[in-house]
Design a protein around this ligand. Structure first.
Ligand code: SF4
Length: 109
C-alpha cells in the first residue's frame, strides 16, 4: 500500500480470526515483505500491517525484527545446503504465494 508521502506499507491479509497476539510466523512473513519492499523500491517500510478477518495489527519493521528474519533465512539456506530441509509438497501455487520463495532453492514457482 503506497502512501501519499511515497512510503510503502506492506499489508498481509489473513483469512482467519485474529489471535490475541500475532503468530511469530505471520510476523516474520510480514517482515519478509518489508525486506522485499526495501530491496525492490529502496524504501524501508517503518511498519507493516497484519490484517486478520476481525482485527489488524501494525507491526514495526524494527532492526531486531529484520535481524530475526535474516537469521531465519540464513538458517533456511544452511539447512537446504546441508539437505536437512526438503520441500514437503509439489504445489507450485503454494510456492507462488510464498513470501520467502525468492530465497528458496526448492521453489516450484
Ligand atoms: S518457495 Fe515453496 S518450497 Fe520454498 S519455502 Fe516457499 S513454499 Fe516452501
Amino acid at each position: 500500500m503506497q502512501q501519499a508521502d511515497g512510503s510503502v506499507v506492506p499489508v498481509e491479509l489473513k483469512s482467519g480470526r485474529a489471535p490475541d497476539e500475532p503468530w511469530e510466523g505471520h510476523v516474520l512473513q510480514l517482515a519478509a515483505y518489508c525486506l522485499l519492499v526495501d530491496e525492490t523500491y529502496g524504501v524501508r517500510p517503518a511498519f507493516g500491517i497484519l490484517q486478520y478477518k476481525d482485527k489488524a495489527f501494525a507491526i514495526d519493521y524494527s532492526d531486531s525484527l529484520e535481524e530475526d528474519l535474516l537469521d531465519l533465512l540464513a538458517e533456511m539456506r544452511e539447512s537446504q545446503y546441508e539437505g536437512e530441509l526438503d520441500r514437503d509438497h509439489n504445489e507450485w501455487q503454494r510456492c507462488n504465494g510464498c513470501s520467502v520463495r525468492r530465497y528458496c532453492q526448492q521453489r516450484l514457482a
